[in-house]
Design a protein. Structure first.
Lengths: 556, 589
């Protein structure tokens, strides 16, 4: 529940004006709806009495009021919906931004499970219920209840007491649904849903492997049992919600019966006029709809709380170290003319038993092409990640142009280093947008030149939309080699001092590898290159080869 | 599982449809019990007024003493209990039926998808996961909320109009005019809103997709220093989406506003009409006798409940739209992967033939392709192909990509239906032994998948159920695959949890673990390998080849590869282009 509260308070802090505006907008139509029935009851009773006694009754004011209330209720409902939805969407838009910023700032750069990331979008969408279905109805009920109690108190004490009892009963229902919320069932339902998602994705992506190892039927069985668990957990949740709704309607009807008795007894004791008595009864007729409004939202609270918890957890992931805090360590210029220097770098992945890199030291001079070779798992990619400041060494230092990498300005660092990885990520966006990630100011001519250089211009020109072609799902499907070329074209839009190639030609056939590599070497100009390599082709292109030892062995 | 084959996906069975209608009637009856409740209230208040004007407050007090009021209150509470009971029954019943339909839909999807040949096209895993979770979830509210509301809508307003008409035809006329006008206006506005909201829903999907896409590619963005720029992009996309959505909602809310307007005006007109006729200013609208106070109050009390089912229906209408859209998507999925598309020729769960067939291929089998012709998606892959492999022989399949290497191996595994010809494994039809064979073949692919679960569980997938395996067997297989070191290095060893797609291991590590999984099948007599060294670094490739050499010894082996290092192994090399010579002439235009 704390997480929900956090969401509420962050929405409140994000935009107080719209937060309150939505609640105020909800009060108007609710009051009009109650008064519509109340005034109607009062009016027809007064009219009946006047008709019997022949006394004069001003009929125009009440009938005008009734029609006005009808209009206010209608218009108010419309305004309320527009205002509250607008407030919610403003908040959700801000939440998406915050989440992305949090992802940028986290230390944790590991690849994330695509399936679980998908769940994140569902969570964000689920949070719109917090304000719309919980905050607004609950506050509205509170305000209306307070108002009603004041009015009843002014009219008659028995009515006040009866009202207090039944409003208390509704409040009790709301309280029970929050305090006795079945968080366990919600957690089970969410876990079952996640299990279905993950295993179904496995079942599809690994169909061939499963058909041979383990069997597809056997792989479907855990999905079915997760589906059963989901059904059971949802049944528990919905059963509670149903009970809540039924109890609420029972409270409403009993209240009506009691208020009828109070009204008639009050009239008999001449505590109020018969017209007022009927008005009071009809007000009670209008109440159940209003006071049951918050219940569905409250019944779903445990699930909402889980979504809120997951989102809040992402928002508050530990931030990356601030680089400016450390005193800059600068090597003497004459000391070392190297562009990139590793000095006694040791690294260990969190949770791993031993170091991947053990006191690694090497230099890359300006214009030099250095290849790093070694068996897979010996930490080649770790070297690349440390050089690009995607990982922090455990001990030791890394220098770029003689300056400690830790103190290097982020913007300047990204201008100085371009990384071409084996998993070049292409965004589900246009070709132009994908290229301009490297250089936002690149002109169309620049983009074509880069594509030309990567031998991809013809392929892109073929498609009718050219640069506007969308890549990825439902768009242009590029082959593995073409994707690599597009990533290469992206790199060709930068002018760094150091290129870091992390197995750039991994998974490409020989022809393509040779082509991609030679095009790259031709382009690099005077920039230095740190190349993580295992192909002979790549090793041959290097000025110098640095062999990393097997983990746990000394450097040869 | 057999019975579902007849019902369309996500549709209620006959009995379930009836049960849903019954819950709707229960809801309706619960609503209609408001009529006697309203009647009792009107009678009580009418009597109060009559006593008051007849004998003053004293008369009213004597009436109270007679206990009539107590009886009326008790009757009201009893009716309330009955209504609540019916409502509870209805909601619970509808929920149970909806859950049954949902469970069956999930079963149906899985049942169809496990029968589909692994070499046939399939939707993306993420899309499939979304169908089986989110889309099936959407069926719940549709069946639970919407369908019962339809029955309630058919029953309640009509009954209320008839009861109202008994006392005053004019009041009934007010309801009759206001009521049917609602759907007309709602439909007019709704049609515009529907198109706009569908577009907006797509926009939301796009926006969510964009956020995910950027998070997944975050590393790339940071490396190019583009993270801040992207934050701006996301902000402006979110803002655009909000404005667009509000535009849509402003129209969509209009349709519910029409409903509110007519129901509020209906109540207001009833109240004004009743008030004026009680005053004597209006003399018509009834069947002769003037409207009594009780009748007038009764009419007024019924008016809101005439509109209540309409409002509930409108609220549930969104569930209908979502439910029907989900049904369409699920039906499209079944059509895509269902029985009309290529199937596994033989159900994997045919246990009875397993034992017999397994016995048959416990020693290295011979393989004979005779006159095999296969066409896939209009392209002829093999034309009248013949191939003989002797027991224990190692055969390398060479040829450029697209020459049918993978397809040939798939034929042995029973993933394709042959147009003509015959494949015999140890003299038995490949179709017959494919099922058992799959469970006891050493198969190595170029892009193996590991699965969510522990590393040990992944290795055990290679082992037939019930076959005892100890820790040493696992390590032996890992050693053979050159994966022993890497597993010992992992923080939790064999118990290390892998995510989907071997999450947590590098590409080369996944390949070695997959090789170890294959090596768990020590009793297998046949080895099938498809580009086992593709995309591997030299060291990993050497490990894989070393493992492969051990595995092929004493087994019949078919290895598709164009890696010279693999082809150096002893064995016969066949060029598929020559073998399937018919391809050139027989190629479809």
């Amino acid at each position: 529940m704390k997480a929900v509260w956090q969401i509420v308070s962050s929405q409140y802090r994000h935009d107080r004006f719209h937060f309150w505006l939505g609640i105020l907008a909800a009060i108007l139509p609710a009051v009009a709806g109650i008064l519509l029935l109340g005034v109607s009851g009062w009016f027809i009773t007064a009219a009946a009495l006047a008709g019997l006694s022949g006394a004069f009754l001003n009929i125009f004011a009440p009938s005008a009021i009734i029609r006005a209330l009808a209009i206010i209720r209608t218009g108010g409902r419309y305004g309320e919906r527009v205002v509250t939805h607008d407030a919610t969407f403003r908040f959700l838009a801000a939440l998406r931004n915050q989440l992305f910023a949090a992802f940028v700032a986290t230390k944790d750069r590991h690849r994330r499970s695509a399936v679980l990331l998908n769940r994140l979008t569902l969570d964000i969408t689920a949070l719109d219920t917090v304000y719309l279905r919980i905050v607004v109805p609950v506050l509205l009920c509170g305000v209306i209840a307070a108002g009603l109690l004041c009015v009843w108190f002014a009219i008659s004490l028995p009515m006040f007491v009866a009202g207090a009892v039944f409003l208390g009963a509704w409040a009790g229902l709301a309280w029970v649904s929050v305090a006795r919320a079945d968080a366990k069932a919600a957690r089970r339902a969410d876990a079952a849903s996640d299990a279905i998602r993950l295993r179904a994705a496995d079942l599809v992506a690994g169909r061939r492997d499963l058909a041979i190892y383990g069997g597809l039927d056997a792989a479907a069985a855990p999905i079915l049992s997760a589906a059963d668990r989901l059904t059971v957990a949802e049944d528990v949740e919905e059963c509670r919600a149903t009970r809540l709704i039924c109890l609420s309607s029972l409270v409403g009807q009993t209240f009506l019966a009691v208020s009828l008795a109070v009204a008639i007894v009050g009239t008999a004791q001449a505590a109020f006029t018969p017209a007022l008595a009927v008005g009071l009864v009809l007000v009670v007729v209008a109440l159940p709809e209003l006071f049951s409004m918050a219940l569905p939202g409250l019944a779903r609270l445990p699930r909402t709380a889980l979504a809120a918890k997951r989102v809040s957890a992402l928002q508050s992931t530990p931030l990356a170290q601030t680089t400016s805090a450390q005193t800059p360590v600068i090597r003497q210029p004459g000391d070392n003319p190297a562009l990139l220097g590793f000095e006694g770098v040791t690294f260990r992945y969190p949770g791993a038993a031993r170091n991947v890199l053990e006191t690694l030291s090497f230099d890359i001079r300006k214009g030099e092409v250095v290849a790093i070779a070694g068996r897979s798992g010996c930490g080649k990619s770790t070297v690349a990640a440390i050089a690009a400041r995607m990982l922090e060494p455990r001990t030791g230092r890394v220098f770029l142009e003689g300056q400690d990498l830790r103190t290097y300005d982020e913007q300047a660092l990204r201008r100085s280093i371009t990384v071409l990885g084996q998993r070049a990520y292409l965004f589900n966006d246009t070709v132009a947008a994908n290229l301009r990630i490297a250089n936002a100011d690149a002109s169309e001519a620049d983009l074509w030149a880069a594509l030309e250089h990567a031998a991809l211009a013809d392929r892109i020109a073929e498609s009718p939309l050219g640069f506007g072609t969308v890549l990825g799902e439902g768009g242009l499907g590029l082959s593995g080699g073409e994707q690599r070329r597009l990533a290469l074209a992206r790199a060709f839009l930068t002018r760094p001092q150091l290129f870091i190639l992390d197995e750039m030609t991994e998974g490409l056939d020989k022809e393509t590898s040779r082509d991609v590599l030679s095009r790259f070497l031709e382009f690099r100009g005077s920039a230095s290159v740190l190349m993580i390599a295992h192909k002979r082709l790549e090793l041959e292109a290097a000025d110098r080869i640095l062999r990393l030892p097997e983990p746990g062995h000394e450097i040869r | 599982m057999q019975r579902q084959a007849h019902a369309a996906i996500g549709q209620p069975l006959e009995g379930e449809g009836r049960a849903l209608r019954r819950t709707g009637y229960l809801l309706g009856v619960s609503d209609l019990l408001w009529i006697p409740q309203a009647g009792l209230i009107s009678i009580a208040l009418g009597k109060m007024l009559a006593d008051l004007s007849g004998a003053g407050a004293a008369g009213l007090q004597s009436a109270l003493v007679s206990g009539q009021l107590f009886l009326i209150v008790a009757a009201l509470v009893c009716l309330a209990l009955l209504r609540t009971f019916l409502q509870n029954q209805a909601l619970n019943g509808a929920r149970r039926v909806a859950h049954k339909i949902q469970s069956r839909a999930r079963e149906h999807i899985l049942q169809v998808s496990v029968k589909r040949s692994p070499s046939a096209d399939f939707p993306a895993s993420g899309a499939f996961a979304a169908r089986i979770t989110e889309q099936v979830d959407l069926l719940g509210p549709y069946y639970r909320n919407y369908l019962p509301q339809v029955m309630r809508l058919k029953l309640v307003p009509l009954a209320i109009v008839l009861v109202t008409a008994w006392f005053s035809w004019l009041a009934a006329l007010i309801l009759l005019i206001c009521g049917p006008l609602i759907p007309v206006f709602m439909a007019l506005i709704g049609m515009r809103a529907k198109a706009a909201s569908a577009a907006q829903q797509e926009e939301l999907t796009r926006l969510s997709g964009m956020l995910l896409d950027r998070i997944r590619g975050l590393e790339t963005l940071i490396l190019f220093g583009a993270a801040e720029r992207t934050e701006d992009d996301i902000r402006s996309a979110g803002e655009r989406f909000r404005l667009g959505t509000m535009r849509v909602l402003k129209i969509a809310f209009l349709s519910s506003t029409v409903l509110e307007l007519f129901s509020a005006l209906g109540i207001a007109f009833c109240a004004v009409y009743v008030g004026f006729s009680l005053l004597g200013d209006i003399q018509f609208g009834t069947w002769g006798a003037p409207l009594t106070y009780s009748a007038g109050l009764f009419v007024l009390l019924l008016a809101p409940d005439f509109f209540a089912p309409l409002r509930a229906y409108a609220a549930a209408y969104h569930d209908r739209a979502a439910g029907i859209a989900a049904l369409e998507k699920l039906a499209a999925l079944i059509a895509e992967i269902g029985p009309d598309s290529p199937q596994l020729p033989e159900c994997i769960s045919m246990e009875h033939s397993a034992a017999v067939a397994l016995e048959g291929i416990s020693s290295p089998p011979s393989i004979r392709f005779s006159d095999v012709t296969l066409t896939l998606a209009g392209r002829r892959i093999f034309a009248n192909m013949d191939l003989d492999v002797a027991p224990g022989e190692t055969v390398f399949l060479a040829g450029p990509s697209g020459s049918g290497k993978t397809t040939l191996l798939d034929c042995l595994l029973g993933f394709h239906n042959l147009a003509e010809g015959d494949i015999r494994i140890d003299g038995k039809s490949a179709r017959q032994v494919a099922g058992p064979l799959r469970r006891n073949v050493i198969w190595i692919s170029q892009s193996p998948r590991l699965f969510h679960g522990s590393l040990k569980a992944n290795l055990l997938k290679g082992v037939e159920n019930g076959v005892p395996v100890n820790e040493d067997d696992l390590w032996q297989a890992l050693r053979l695959a050159g994966a022993e070191e890497l597993v010992r290095r992992l923080p939790h060893g064999l118990a290390t949890q892998l995510g989907e797609d071997g999450f947590g291991l590098s590409v080369g590590e996944i390949r070695r673990v997959a090789l170890a999984r294959a090596a768990m099948r020590r009793n297998a007599a046949l080895v099938l390998a498809d580009e086992p060294t593709a995309g591997l670094d030299e060291d990993t490739a050497a490990d894989v080849i070393r493992g492969l050499k051990t595995l092929t010894a004493g087994r019949t082996s078919l290895i598709a590869s164009h890696d010279p290092a693999v082809l150096e192994m002893p064995g016969r090399t066949i060029d598929l282009v020559d073998l399937a010579a018919g391809v050139r002439e027989g190629a479809a235009p």
